[in-house]
Ligand binder design. Structure first.
Ligand SMILES: C[S@@+](CC[C@H](N)C(=O)[O-])C[C@H]1O[C@@H](n2cnc3c(N)ncnc32)[C@H](O)[C@@H]1O
Length: 473
């Protein structure tokens, strides 16, 4: 208890340096995928960890970027492509348009992001070609007599999860789509087929895992595929989007400089994996194995090893770049109270790795982003804090505060920590259990991207947090 108390005291002290305000009136519905299951394009695949299709517009207004003629935006953790699709919708208001570059590591989610954002700019003729291609796919799938290439993931071979007839339909759909010419139509058909996998099973995504739902009535894959294609055709035909462009890179969002080089971005916006043990590789594994994006355990594991160190599903190498940087002392000072509060049980090693690994990864992305944003630009990140451990020995990882301090080390100034919503966990009462959106500006005094090491006095600006202490928890 005393150790958890020391962590909370550490957080309180950190927080004093910044403006922290309760903005749940505006943001509580924007940091969750509110609207995404009904809005055109967004509705094609439900990513339950996505932010709202309406968040980007709010951030652009709040940061004053709305007044520009054109915008260049970078999202280092694209997920389902919410940023790129939302930007296409907003681009009509900008004479010079909006260009988005986004990065996603997961091969299936990369496909989701790319297909959606490219389709936003497609025309009615493309929609018609998609409709015709889907009819051919369904026709080919229904007469397929080839031996089935069942995905290598054992989940697919368990009859309690997939009825054999449904599995056959799913696999024949995939194989029929695979024979289409490479291009947007094929991307869309692959996405539509993969989006049928969960509905055609007795599994559902729940938090960190897939759960067996014995009473669920699986949907028929070909009907579901047809339904999804019709939705795509309708959205593409109804889209008036122009003035937008996007490039979705498949790769490591911690190193955006590997994909984009110039210092031209007006806004970097991202929601990284939260340090809450969710492993995206696991949660979205069925779709990736179904599309044969993973073919064996080796490729699956290799993929996991390059994800943000926010989960203990794989043993990451104990390698931390901050240790050899100018900031090693500052980062250790930031993390030490937290590392000391980790209970000495069998989870201790994994938890320490998350705390160190996550900080190391976030420092990397914040530093690299700094070198890609011009001096009047902004960075906004959305992150949730999480509880680890049980009862008396539980402690909170306040990712919003840890990342804010890392941002300072990376050459940013914290404009504001906006608390978007308070999170509730049974038996845990902490004012730091929350999801926030943090807005940063380049710290020009720190010399842009160069190593910056503000002193405590530099950091302390009078806190204008009027409502922070009045929040009800
Ligand atoms: C919170 S989600 C982003 C959701 C996104 N904002 C949306 O609205 O769909 C975090 C994403 O980071 C991805 N990710 C994890 N490690 C990554 C890495 N090293 N590089 C790029 N993306 C990564 C995950 O696959 C996941 O899609």
């Amino acid at each position: 208890m005393a150790l958890a108390g020391a962590v909370e005291a550490h957080y309180k002290q950190l927080e004093q340096a910044w403006r922290v305000s309760d903005r749940s009136d505006v943001y509580d519905r924007l940091v969750v995928p509110n609207g995404n299951s009904t809005d055109p394009f967004h509705r094609w695949f439900h990513l339950k960890e996505a932010f709202s299709s309406r968040l980007l517009g709010q951030v652009i207004s709040d940061t004053g970027l709305k007044r520009r003629d054109s915008l260049r935006i970078l999202d280092c953790f694209s997920g389902s492509g919410t940023t790129a699709v939302s930007a296409s919708e907003l681009a009509q208001d900008y004479a010079g348009g909006i260009h988005v570059e986004a990065i996603e590591h997961n091969p299936f989610l990369h496909l989701v992001s790319a297909a959606k954002s490219h389709a936003c700019l497609a025309d009615a003729e493309t929609a018609e070609r998609l409709r015709r291609a889907s009819e051919e796919v369904i026709e080919a799938a229904s007469r397929s007599s080839e031996k089935l290439r069942v995905p290598g993931l054992s989940t697919f071979s368990r009859e309690k999860y997939f009825e054999p007839d449904d599995l056959r339909e799913l696999v024949s759909l995939r194989d029929a789509v695979a024979s289409l010419e490479p291009g947007l139509i094929k991307e869309l058909a692959l996405l539509a087929a993969a989006a049928c996998v969960e509905p055609a099973s007795r599994l559902r995504r729940d938090g960190r895992a897939l759960r067996f739902s014995p009473n669920r009535n699986p949907r028929k894959p070909r009907e579901e595929f047809q339904r999804r294609i019709s939705m795509m055709v309708e959205d593409i035909k109804g889209s008036p989007f122009q003035n937008a462009s996007s490039i979705i890179h498949q790769g490591d969002g911690r190193r955006p400089r590997d994909y984009v080089s110039s210092r031209e971005f007006d806004l970097v916006i991202f929601s990284p994996p939260y340090p809450n043990n969710i492993d995206y590789t696991e949660v979205y594994k069925m779709e990736a194995w179904y599309l044969e994006l993973f073919v064996d355990e080796g490729s699956f594991r290799q993929h996991r090893l390059a994800t943000v160190r926010s989960h203990p599903s794989v043993k990451f190498a104990e390698s931390y770049e901050y240790l050899t940087s100018d900031h090693s002392g500052d980062v250790e000072e930031l993390l030490d109270p937290l590392l000391s509060a980790i209970p000495k049980d069998r989870y201790a090693t994994g938890r320490k790795q998350i705390v160190r690994g996550y900080a190391d990864d976030m420092l990397q992305v914040l530093r690299q982003s700094r070198s890609l944003v011009h001096d009047e630009g902004k960075l906004a990140f959305i992150v949730g804090n999480s509880v680890h451990g049980n009862g008396e020995s539980s402690f909170v990882i306040a990712a919003d505060l840890i990342m804010s301090r890392l941002a300072e080390l990376a050459g940013w100034r914290v404009d504001e920590i906006k608390i978007a919503r308070t999170l509730f966990r049974r038996g845990v009462a902490s004012p730091f259990l929350r999801e926030s959106i943090v807005v940063l500006s380049p710290n020009l005094a720190a010399g842009g991207n160069r190593s910056s090491n503000p002193t405590a006095a530099d950091r302390h600006q009078p806190s204008r947090s009027t409502d922070q202490n009045n929040r009800s928890r």
